[in-house]
Ligand binder design. Sequence first.
Ligand code: NAD
Length: 258
Amino acid sequence: MTRSVAVVTGAAGDIGRAIAARLSESHDVVVLVDIDATALDAAAGALGSSDRFATIVCDVTDEASIRSMAQATAGLGLVRTLVNNAGAARAVSLHDTDGAIWRADAALNLEAPFLVFRALEAALKATQGAVVNIASVNGLAVFGHPAYSAAKAGLIHLTQSIAVEYGKFGIRANAVAPGTVRTQAWEARARANPEVFEDVKRWYALRRIATANDVANAVFFLAGEQARAITGVCLAVDCGLTAGQAELARTFSQSDHY
Ligand SMILES: NC(=O)c1ccc[n+]([C@@H]2O[C@H](COP(=O)([O-])OP(=O)(O)OC[C@H]3O[C@@H](n4cnc5c(N)ncnc54)[C@H](O)[C@@H]3O)[C@@H](O)[C@H]2O)c1
């Protein structure tokens, strides 16, 4: 029997590690892919059970590195699930953004998922597999980080392109758009404002923020058989941030019910 494999990029990060843990329930092997070898070892150590997890150091913005990763992955089994999770934002405003930042954010958040998908496409066809792209609420509306946001908006469109063009092979592609999730990516902002996670809660309908496990649960669902009729969607895991703004609704309606 060929072993079923899930590939998670950016798996040394908090969300990627949570996704890897969840997908290990439904795959024989989960391949943790990350550019940071030290963090990757730490993530694998935290996940335990070494026969269910493999690690591959790979820069997902580098085609040669992706080719090596795809070859190494082929030796582990057949890829049934690809989660393009590696991502990062560099500049907070357009004014702070230069050409190099724009290109770097586009390379990591948009081009890399395309390149990794193409590198694993044959295996995904063979398994009628699933792709889950980790987008962001920043790809749906403006919350700062314009280069990152434009790339994430592009990633949602790429998701639809895969769904439409590869649906005939049985491949499904969906996106997940998290709102704020407390991860290492927030460390600098949390240092600058220790209250940042409390401050943001008022903008969320549920008055709380999502966790890495909340994102992982959505990925697990979209990657699995329960979502066999779902492709081309972007599922917000955002505690209601993009549903609307209670404060604005209160102002517009002059109703205290919001
Ligand atoms: N944390 C949030 O609030 C939030 C909200 C919305 C979306 N997201 C998205 O979720 C995903 C995970 O975010 P996170 O908060 O866990 O971030 P994180 O910084 O904790 O993890 C990101 C991981 O990606 C890896 N990585 C960076 N560049 C890479 C490259 N070139 N090749 C391979 N790996 C690379 C990093 O080493 C890191 O381990 C990202 O796509 C991010 O945009 C996060």
